[in-house]
Design a protein around this ligand. Structure first.
Ligand code: RIB
Length: 296
């Protein structure tokens, strides 16, 4: 069984600020760095750092070489990443003194996927393989339809949620990894328990992982539900915490671990990621996560 992730790659321009700038306000930032990010590549890196052989697909522009270098460094297979004319996607991220962030995206190459590119990538995968997706690339409805038709298992992190997701046939998704806001947008519910219940009703055959920020995470499949609280830490940057959780969760499933253990490992990995700046670089290696779990 192979694991493919077709997803975004963003150059994250991260500005450290006192508070998230308000409409009409001008604020000087205290620091600025460019990090590798994008929900797609963050999740591939989390999978790779958790020990899974992952194939990443997606487009970068002429300034995207650092992503190929990072794939090499962390063992993500980059054979399907294609460099095209123009700019790699980027993000403008403000991180405030409480480690909260806000993110403005420029899609760039992430929004230039074509049906023929998707067909070419999927031709290397077969029934039973896993396909992970987020909502930062175009062609999502086509990718889901083609992958499902091939018998691949589709895992979706519907983030960021927007109107385009309504074109995706969500019944073809077998694993949802989402936060309470995205869950609310899909189900129309607000209370997390209602969101989970409604998701269960709408997608009775899917595995559902609902992350709740500081309130932890819940898992539902059929009649089974599990809850995992967060590990409390002093956060400096919460960017990619969800991506870390997603990658580690999927890695645990692939390894055949029990769900409660997977949830605990994923929560621990995220709690380490938020103590570091940046996205790709903040995601811990599995040895570090397992070591930290032993200390509990
Ligand atoms: O989930 C965090 C990511 O969201 C950042 O790395 C940024 O690029 C945006 O895609």
């Amino acid at each position: 069984m192979k694991v493919l992730n077709i997803g975004s790659m963003n150059l994250d321009h991260v500005y450290n600020v006192d508070h998230i700038v308000q409409p009409g306000e001008t604020e000087a930032s205290e620091d600025m760095n460019v990090f590798l990010g994008g929900k797609g590549i963050n999740q591939s890196m989390a999978l790779a750092k958790a020990g899974v052989q992952v194939y990443h697909g997606g487009l970068i522009g002429e300034d995207g070489q650092p992503f190929l270098d990072a794939c090499k460094e962390y063992g993500v297979n980059a054979d399907h990443i294609k460099m095209i004319k123009g700019k790699t996607g980027h993000a403008i991220i403000q991180v405030d003194k409480n480690a909260q962030n806000c993110i403005l995206l420029y899609g760039g190459a992430n929004q230039k996927l074509t049906e023929s590119y998707v067909d070419e990538v999927l031709s290397s995968f077969e029934s039973g393989d896993i396909l992970l997706l987020q909502n930062e690339v175009n062609q999502l409805p086509y990718i889901v339809d083609r992958a499902y038709a091939k018998g691949m298992q589709v895992a979706l992190n519907p983030s960021p949620f927007n109107e385009k997701l309504k074109e995706v046939d969500l019944k073809k998704v077998s694993i949802f990894l989402l936060n309470e806001v995205e869950g609310g947008q899909i189900t129309g519910m607000t209370d997390p328990d209602d969101v989970l219940e409604k998701m269960r009703e709408m997608f009775p055959h899917a595995k559902i992982v609902l992350t709740l920020g500081k309130d932890g995470a819940k898992y539902a499949e059929g009649d089974v539900t599990y809850y995992q609280p967060v590990f409390k830490v002093q956060a400096v940057d919460t960017t990619a915490a969800g991506d870390t959780f997603t990658g580690y969760f999927l890695a645990g499933l692939i390894d055949g671990m029990d769900i409660p253990d997977i949830l605990k490992m994923s929560a621990k990995a995220s709690s380490i990621a938020v103590t570091r700046n940046g996205a790709v670089q903040s995601i811990p290696l599995k040895e570090e996560v397992m070591e930290a779990l032993k200390e509990l």
